[in-house]
Each structure stands twice: as structure tokens, then as C-alpha cells.
Write a protein that binds this ligand. Structure first.
Ligand SMILES: NC(=O)c1ccc[n+]([C@@H]2O[C@H](COP(=O)([O-])OP(=O)(O)OC[C@H]3O[C@@H](n4cnc5c(N)ncnc54)[C@H](OP(=O)(O)O)[C@@H]3O)[C@@H](O)[C@H]2O)c1
Length: 184
């Protein structure tokens, strides 16, 4: 499966402002459009539960697009799931990707957050990383991987090399869209 991680960060590598739920008020309209274009056209989107929860009220579901939410307690979401469109799972990332491949998916987008990305990187499942780099310095907040509340311990098993494929300037102030291939 081609699994593309899509994230927006500040120049200092932050993906959130502080520790609060984040509504991306610091990201540019051009990045928001880039992200919405991906979501509109995707057949498969995977995310962690702490990314899903604050965003779920604004999510639209439709046939032909499956969102998979990773949580330790999928049974809590029995009332929210929508067959073929929204599912909740506690499968390991490797088992999840194998199952989705057997269902015919050959491309998907992983959209965070840092805790979930960490698991997918550790299990060597991410094949591309599309990073929007906003010309901002935020000072505090999560990174692309790890858990800000747990120090850097989670990052120790991660050492990923990537190769830049393309670099696109999205606006006059210099928001950059960097597309990397993950070298396994
Ligand atoms: N800048 C960006 O591009 C971007 C992108 C995405 C998210 N974000 C931000 O990042 C924040 C969320 O990131 P986060 O790192 O705190 O959380 P997260 O990765 O979105 O979600 C973490 C949750 O996912 C579940 N989970 C993760 N790994 C699991 C595993 N191996 N097995 C079972 N369940 C697992 C757990 O859910 P349960 O607690 O339910 O068990 C865990 O609490 C939000 O503020 C969001 O807005 C930013």
C-alpha cells in the first residue's frame, strides 16, 4: 500500500499550538485548500482518535471514501460508525494495512497526529511524507512524531531517511509543500 503521511508544520516543526486541540488557525488558506483537495479525492484516510475527536463535527462522509480511526476502545464508537465510510479499530497498524490491502485499497492518507504517526513509522508503513511548511515559529506544541507530554522517549526507535521529490511554493509569503519519498 502506498501510505502518504500528510502534515502541516511551523518552521520549528510544530504541528499544534501548545497542548490544546488545534483548529489550524495558524495555517495558510493555501495549505487548507491543499488538504481539502486531498480529503475530497481520497478513497482511504487513517487518523488517530485525538485528531478525529476535535474535527469530527465538520467531517462529511460519503460512499467511496473510508475513514479509519485508531483507538484502543473501538466499541465506544458503535453508534458513530458508518459501514464503508467510518470505522474505528484497535488493530495494529501492520494488521490494519494488511486487512485494507486485502479489501482492495492500494493507496491511503495518514493524517496524524504525532502518536499515531509514531506507530506507523515504527512499523515502516509510511511510504511518502507530504509536509507543508508554514513560515511561522510557534515555540510549543507537538511534532510530527512522538508525544509532547511524554518527553522524547517515543522517538528513540525512529530513524527515518527520506528523499525530496518535489518542492512547491504555495503562496507569496513562502508556504512550502515538500513531498518526500520514505527510503526503507
Ligand atoms: N498539523 C497537522 O498537520 C496535524 C495533523 C493531525 C493532527 N494534528 C493535531 O494533533 C493533535 C492530536 O495528535 P496526538 O498525537 O495527540 O493524537 P493522535 O495520534 O491523533 O491520536 C492518539 C490516539 O490514537 C489512538 N491510538 C494511537 N496509536 C494507537 C495504537 N497503536 N493502538 C490503539 N490506539 C492508538 C489512541 O486513542 P484512544 O485514546 O481512543 O485509545 C490515542 O489516544 C490534535 O491537536 C490535532 O489537531 C495536527
Amino acid at each position: 500500500m502506498e501510505l502518504i503521511l500528510v502534515m502541516v508544520t511551523s518552521l520549528d516543526g510544530r504541528t499544534t499550538r501548545g497542548t490544546e486541540s488545534d483548529n489550524h488557525t495558524w495555517t495558510s488558506p493555501e495549505d487548507q485548500k491543499h488538504f481539502m483537495d486531498i480529503i475530497e479525492n481520497a478513497k482511504l484516510i487513517i487518523m488517530g482518535n485525538r485528531t478525529y475527536e476535535p474535527a469530527k463535527e465538520n467531517m462529511k462522509h460519503r460512499e467511496g471514501r473510508l475513514r479509519v480511526i485508531i483507538t484502543r476502545t473501538p466499541e465506544k464508537y458503535d453508534n458513530e460508525k458508518i459501514s464503508g465510510q467510518l470505522e474505528f479499530t484497535n488493530e495494529s497498524p501492520t494488521d490494519l494495512i494488511k486487512r485494507l490491502e486485502s479489501q482492495g485499497f492500494n493507496e491511503g492518507y495518514l493524517v496524524g497526529g504525532a502518536n499515531t504517526n509514531t506507530e506507523f513509522f515504527k512499523q515502516k508503513l509510511v511510504t511518502e511524507f507530504w509536509q507543508t511548511l508554514e513560515p511561522k515559529i510557534l515555540g510549543t506544541g507537538n511534532g510530527i512524531v512522538g508525544d509532547a507530554s511524554a518527553g522524547s522517549a517515543q522517538d528513540e526507535e525512529i530513524n527515518v531517511s527520506l528523499e525530496l521529490k518535489t518542492c512547491e511554493k504555495l503562496n507569496d509569503k513562502g508556504t512550502l509543500l515538500l513531498k518526500y519519498k520514505v527510503l526503507q
